[in-house]
Ligand binder design. Structure first.
Ligand SMILES: [Cu+2]
Length: 174
């Protein structure tokens, strides 16, 4: 397990634990307690719990939105150092230009025919960017490519009998 996998695993466990605790708290505060069993349900108390959790839900969404807004990739698009046009077709990728200097690169991907997937792999065969490609739509994905070397483009959407051979190349230079 490398550092990235470990980080993802730890964060996934933390988010899951928070979710379980939050769910338990919602159930505990919006149901009748054992003590009150047999008596009339305390509607007012349950309503207070429901209102509290509605406010909490909105607060969580606002916090997540505020914390992640700056990381939205297309907000940084204007900062790209270069743009590569990619044609996806049964069964190939054609990248123009086929060689770019290292930096932040916009990939503008268009399909000539059917739905394809565009997945970019670095020289160590680690996926660095991925986007769905639809006919008549330009799909743009931005990737920070610091590692020079040959990058591989693979299709991740089953697009026909020769889908597995749908491979493209792009060279990143120093
Ligand atoms: Cu394909």
């Amino acid at each position: 397990m490398n550092a990235t996998q470990l980080t993802i695993t730890v964060m996934y466990c933390a988010v899951t634990a928070i979710g379980v605790v939050a769910l338990a708290a919602v159930i505990a505060t919006t149901r009748r307690s054992k003590r009150e069993a047999g008596s009339e349900p305390n509607i007012e108390k349950m309503e207070r719990g429901e209102n509290w959790w509605a406010i909490m839900t909105v607060a969580i969404l606002v916090i997540l939105f505020a914390a992640t807004f700056a990381g939205i990739p297309w907000l940084n698009r204007a900062n790209a150092d270069s743009t590569v046009q990619v044609r996806a077709l049964q069964f190939a990728f054609v990248a123009q230009p086929a060689s770019v200097p290292a930096g932040t690169i916009d990939f503008e991907v268009k399909s000539d025919d059917v739905s394809h997937g565009f997945a970019l792999y670095d020289p160590d065969n680690v996926m660095v960017a991925q986007i769905q490609v639809l006919p008549n739509v330009t799909s743009t994905v931005t990737a920070k490519l610091d590692k020079p070397g040959p990058y591989t483009i693979r299709c991740l959407e089953f697009c026909g009998f020769n889908h597995h051979n749908m491979i493209g190349r792009i060279e990143v230079t120093q």
